[in-house]
Design a protein around this ligand. Structure first.
Ligand code: TRP
Length: 329
């Protein structure tokens, strides 16, 4: 079975766009691949987060991924900083990563521009840490967005360089995993392209039904259709896009027809949309509320994840040490 690995940066709550985007694909992948999902908490240190906030964010990610359907028995769900083999392999790989190539990585240059007062060494070697995350489980596929492909490319480079330098065929070459047509893009409620937390147009999985109703009610609409079968403006098309994802085909057809005959009432459309969104999010929200107050469960799950991750990681590290010449007397 092939190995899939995904690192999650611990920022903010999950929204409907995250859920219908990568997350639902992760949930399906659990039955088809050997999956590793982890919280990249060491990576977040590059921006010097407040310790309390770091802790809350990590807890939040684990809680929400579990609540949405990641299964700690099927997958290996862990926290990066629970696996000491990662910093060790990172140290070893740093010896084969060069200042010049790291300094010209677009993600580094962008971060250095954004936080000129904090261009730390961790920022420079961020791609080495990410390569370590991937190589330590000898992963085959890494589902990432476009902005992360530069890091997968560097990972392949570091792996190949190690293999060539030591004359071994040890690290496989990971590929960026593209969900293709399975990646559903959920638009925002403000008539804009995409739901995203920086846009402030999100419905969060943790939102209660009242807030969902309120947010949907406030969604941008227009004056309504004036001609039969006319094309929909973006803000209305967006509401239909979400409706197609959360509602039944009958419901969608009903409102399509109302639109086409100019009889649509946006109030009705929004009421139905809110109701069907709540049907999706409410069970997840209930699980979030239960899990976040269940310290024993969170402890058990993260301990199990760390054990499974360390088993795989220590196997790789043992061989790497041997290959590099660290051998017992
Ligand atoms: N850099 C990734 C991001 O910003 C997070 C990440 C860290 C990651 N390590 C990884 C993603 C390993 C995939 C594989 O989103």
């Amino acid at each position: 079975m092939q190995t899939v690995l995904s690192g999650i940066r611990s920022t903010g709550n999950l929204h409907l766009g995250n859920y219908y985007g990568a997350l639902r694909n992760f949930i399906k992948m659990q039955d088809q691949y050997n999956c590793y999902f982890f919280v990249a908490d060491y990576h977040s240190l590059t921006t010097h987060p407040d310790p309390k906030i770091l802790y809350e964010n990590v807890k939040n990610v684990i809680t929400e991924y579990l609540a949405a359907g990641l299964d700690p028995e099927k997958s290996t769900l862990y926290i990066q900083s629970d696996v000491p083999e990662i910093p060790e392999l990172y140290l070893l790989l740093n010896m084969h990563a060069y200042m010049g190539e790291l300094a010209k990585t677009p993600s580094f240059k962008e971060k250095a521009r954004k936080q000129p007062e904090n261009v730390n060494a961790g920022l420079l070697t961020y791609p080495v840490l990410m390569a370590t995350d991937i190589l330590i489980h000898r992963a085959n596929f890494v589902p990432v967005g476009k902005d992360q492909e530069q890091h997968i490319e560097l990972t392949r480079k570091f792996g190949r360089r190690f293999n060539n330098f030591y004359g071994v065929e040890f690290f496989p070459e990971p590929q960026a995993f593209n969900f293709g047509t399975n990646l559903i893009k959920i638009p925002g409620l403000d008539g804009s392209g995409k739901m995203g937390k920086s846009e402030g147009n999100c419905i969060y999985l943790k939102d209660d039904p009242k807030s969902i109703e309120k947010k949907v009610k406030k969604a941008l609409t227009d004056q309504g259709p004036t001609e039969m079968n006319q094309a929909k403006p973006e803000c209305i098309e967006n509401l239909f896009t979400i409706l197609r994802v959360v509602s039944t085909p009958e419901t969608v057809n009903y409102f399509e027809e109302k639109w086409n005959t100019c009889e649509i009432r946006y109030g009705d459309l929004k009421k139905q949309l809110a109701e069907d969104i709540i049907k999706v999010t409410e069970p997840i929200r209930e699980r979030i509320l239960a899990i976040e107050n269940d310290a024993a469960y969170l402890h058990k799950v993260t301990k199990l994840g760390a054990e499974k991750a360390r088993e795989s990681a220590s196997g790789t590290l043992r061989e790497v040490r041997e290959i590099m010449g660290f051998r017992p007397f």
